[in-house]
Design a protein around this ligand. Structure first.
Ligand SMILES: O=C(O)CCC(=O)C(=O)O
Ligand SMILES: [Fe+2]
Length: 330
């Protein structure tokens, strides 16, 4: 069962690398204001969006816009550091920590994404923080932003817990940041400017089609820096993609493979990608800040309907990463 699932997930990615067509679809927007008193209603809306398209945007989400803007500014300060400085903090293989440059190859495309990224996974940051001299305040600001995202992620996951018949703090316990088993990740991404690019450069992808491995992704984007497209499950074979334009005040969220399995395939992990800008669109650099809620390595995934064998989140991720790697090599 386990291996079949992995192969099915990979087969889904490998057949979906083409351009496809663009269609309009509605991505639900969900108001999180008065969260505690409106929780049942919010949980219904989150569940409806996530059992259907697997993507939604939240507003009145509790993270101050100035904190999001400051996180983007700080991320840009990092990417502007000289290459030799960033190269001191390379991502160790098989981890989600440190800096990589055009190194993430997707099975769907077989080519590296046209981006650089820096990832923060709390327990794995030894030797990977830029020094205070190189970038003052970076570590402190980014850890604070990571915690704000964790908070929002756990609020949303508490609604899924409610719907799945678990205790409301079930997922917060499974994503405990004080444990050395913690593996949730804040990623800073810089997609390079295409202002002086050659026509053939536009044939690659900013991020090739993929589904996320995690439970839930909280994705910060900047208005005017679009490109994210989604392709919901039942339409994946038809290659019909839908633009999700970023809007100030809204945070885009999506279900990942881990929560799809954990929910016995009730919640949908949906293919998505970041396309290149088209003629007439903004050609400059694009930044995004996704936070991946990945349950701690020792968290045991047992679905409410018992569809799959119990498995730890650590084993699940290792299985996915190895299968991805094999698919790329094959
Ligand atoms: O940059 C984006 O908008 C999406 C990034 C993404 O899908 C990912 O890093 O998994
Ligand atoms: Fe993604």
């Amino acid at each position: 069962m386990t291996n079949q699932t992995t192969l099915a997930e990979l087969a889904k990615e490998a057949t979906i690398g083409g351009e496809g067509t663009t269609v309009e679809r509605e991505v639900p927007t969900i108001d999180l204001s008065d969260f505690d008193s409106r929780k049942a209603e919010i949980a219904d809306a989150l569940w409806a969006a996530s059992t259907d398209i697997g993507f939604f945007q939240v507003y009145n989400h509790g993270i101050a816009q100035e904190d999001i803007d400051a996180a983007f500014d700080t991320a840009w300060q990092f990417f502007e550091l000289p290459r030799e400085v960033k190269a001191q903090y390379p991502m160790p293989k098989g981890t989600n920590a440190g800096w990589e440059f055009k190194a993430q190859v997707r099975p769907s495309t077989g080519t590296p994404d046209n981006k650089e990224s820096y990832q923060i996974t709390r327990p794995n940051m030894g030797g990977l923080w830029p020094s205070e001299g190189e970038l003052p305040g970076f570590q402190e600001r980014m850890l604070r932003f990571e915690a704000q995202n964790w908070q929002l992620g756990m609020r949303i996951l508490s609604c899924f817990a409610l719907k799945m018949g678990f205790e409301e703090d079930f997922f917060a316990k499974a994503h405990d940041p004080s444990s050395d088993q913690y593996q949730s990740t804040l990623r800073l991404i810089h997609y390079m400017s295409m202002e002086n690019a050659q026509p053939e450069d536009f044939k690659s992808w900013r991020a090739g089609a993929h589904s996320d491995f995690d439970c839930l992704t909280i994705l910060h984007q900047k208005e005017g820096e679009g490109g994210l497209q989604v392709c919901p499950g039942k339409d994946a074979a038809s290659g019909q993609w839908t633009d999700v334009p970023p809007r100030t005040g809204y945070i885009t969220c999506n279900i990942g493979d881990m929560l799809m399995r954990w929910s016995d395939d009730q919640l949908q992990s949906t293919l998505h990608r970041v396309r290149m800008p088209r003629p007439g669109e903004y050609m400059g650099r694009r930044l995004s800040l996704p936070f991946f809620c990945q349950a701690n390595r020792d968290a045991l995934m047992v679905g409410p309907l018992g569809k799959y064998e119990p498995m730890t989140a650590g084993d699940y991720l290792t299985m996915r990463i190895n299968a991805n790697f094999a698919a790329i090599k094959g």
